[in-house]
Design a protein around this ligand. Structure first.
Ligand SMILES: *Cc1c(COP(=O)(O)O)cnc(C)c1O
Length: 420
């Protein structure tokens, strides 16, 4: 690319990029604007976004309703501290999320990032038992799962496949298990959980899709088995909907497909529609009650500086309006049908191991992933932003994408993988 802007060449000498070997990596692309499902690069090229900015930009970019809500909020009050003070967007968001989530998931803690909301859920679980006079220090987590990059959440990610293997020695010791996929495995899991319950605060899982672990799908009955096992063992269940929440798997929340009520749910990514950092940990009344006491030491001991961020919550409320106004379930069903039809031809390509689609997630898994890095620039040449990782080439497009643009994305995958 020619004509790099000044801020780009200068800034690359100072910025530290994520998951990137700065010495050998292909330089990142400078984006100067985004609109709808398109990103505009500094040299004028436009790319259709197949990834939704790490799965967050559900409504596409620069949605006028979200922008207007944020502009109004910024002129009134971008933020005030959440200790001793509250603000309208945060309280409205809490009321709305409590209304959207099933059962008595009614208490909403609003933080800034997904990882932090998982940390909060873990802390809630541990302190829930402390407040009841029990010390339980461990979490049961599953192979193939991802819950964040902070030290606490790293300790509930897959220890081998995750990006965190080298830190193993300094992480909290938790209990790794396999997700039960059959009745027999579910029974074995229940026995195992009951045996360890005295030291286990919570079981934590992603629902229906293990995202960063490689877009692996599992059935709703697995979630029902986990709920039943936790009930029987007297252990809390945390479901991390940071990726799946807000229609990515077809329903508003993935847990709806299993009909379960977890003890805590974490949300982020689609919550603000990819516009501002924002997350939430929503707990059941039964969890909240263990903290509700005359003793100050039983209060939840957590409070990020930017929690309950007014501007972020205004964006999230506008994002929730959009999910309510248009039927995203119907949209995602159409995307699913199209992804299934248009990715199916990949099955016949020599290096393809599996093709799978759930909701607005389309995955082509490769048999040999050694050439993955070489594919990335080929997608840019085709005018699309697709970022393969591990052994998969995948799409998580904005849910507002039109059929023609989605076809450009699937055609790019078909032709790049076919070596055309
Ligand atoms: C992205 C993600 C996280 C971490 O969220 P951050 O905002 O990146 O900290 C946690 N859990 C799941 C399931 C995720 O997909």
């Amino acid at each position: 690319m020619t004509g790099f802007p000044h801020w780009y060449t200068e800034g690359l000498e100072h910025i530290w990029l994520p998951y990137t070997q700065m010495k050998t990596a292909t330089p990142p692309l400078p984006v100067i604007s985004a609109d709808g499902v398109r990103l505009t690069l500094a040299d004028g090229r436009r790319l259709i976004d197949g990834i939704s900015s790490w799965w967050a930009a559900a409504h596409g970019y620069n949605n006028p309703h979200i922008t207007a809500a944020m502009k109004a909020q910024i002129d009134t009050m971008p933020h005030v501290m959440f200790g001793g003070l509250v603000n309208e967007p945060a309280l409205t968001l809490a009321t709305r999320l409590a209304g959207l989530l099933p059962g008595d998931l009614n208490r909403v803690f609003i933080a800034e990032s997904g990882s932090v909301s998982v940390e909060v859920a873990m802390k809630m679980a541990a302190q829930y038992f402390m407040n009841r006079g029990e010390k339980r220090s461990k979490f049961v987590h599953f192979r193939g799962t991802y819950h964040g990059d902070t030290l606490g959440t790293m300790a509930v990610c897959d220890p081998e496949e995750g990006m965190h293997g080298m830190f193993a020695g300094m992480l909290a010791k938790n209990i790794l298990a396999d997700l039960p996929k059959t009745v027999a495995e579910a029974e074995a899991f229940t026995v195992f959980l009951k045996k360890n319950a005295h030291d286990v605060a919570a079981v934590i899982t992603e629902p229906l899709v293990q995202g960063a672990g490689g877009m692996r799908f599992f059935e709703p009955e697995t979630l029902r088995w986990l709920r039943a096992a936790c009930d029987e063992a007297g252990v809390l269940l945390v479901v991390d909907e940071i990726f799946t929440g807000f229609y990515r798997t077809g329903t508003r929340f993935a847990i709806e497909q299993a009909g379960i009520v977890p003890d805590m749910v974490t949300l982020s990514k689609g919550l603000s529609g990819g516009v501002t950092p924002l997350s939430a940990c929503i707990a059941r009344e039964t969890v909240f009650e263990a903290f509700y006491d005359d003793s100050p030491t039983k209060a939840l001991m957590h409070g990020p500086t930017y929690m309950g961020h007014a501007l972020g919550c205004a964006a999230a409320n506008a994002s929730l309006d959009l999910y309510e106004q248009a039927d995203y379930g119907v949209r995602v069903a159409a995307i699913e049908t199209q992804l299934k039809a248009e990715l199916a031809p990949c099955r016949t390509l020599p290096n393809v191991k599996d093709v799978r689609v759930k909701g607005a997630i389309g995955v082509v898994q490769l048999a040999d992933a050694s050439g993955l890095e070489r594919l990335k620039p080929l997608f840019v040449e085709k005018g699309v932003w697709i970022r393969p990782f591990r052994d998969i080439v995948y799409l998580t497009p904005p849910m507002v994408i039109e059929p023609d643009d989605l076809s450009v994305l699937t055609a790019a995958i078909n032709s790049v993988l076919a070596g055309v």
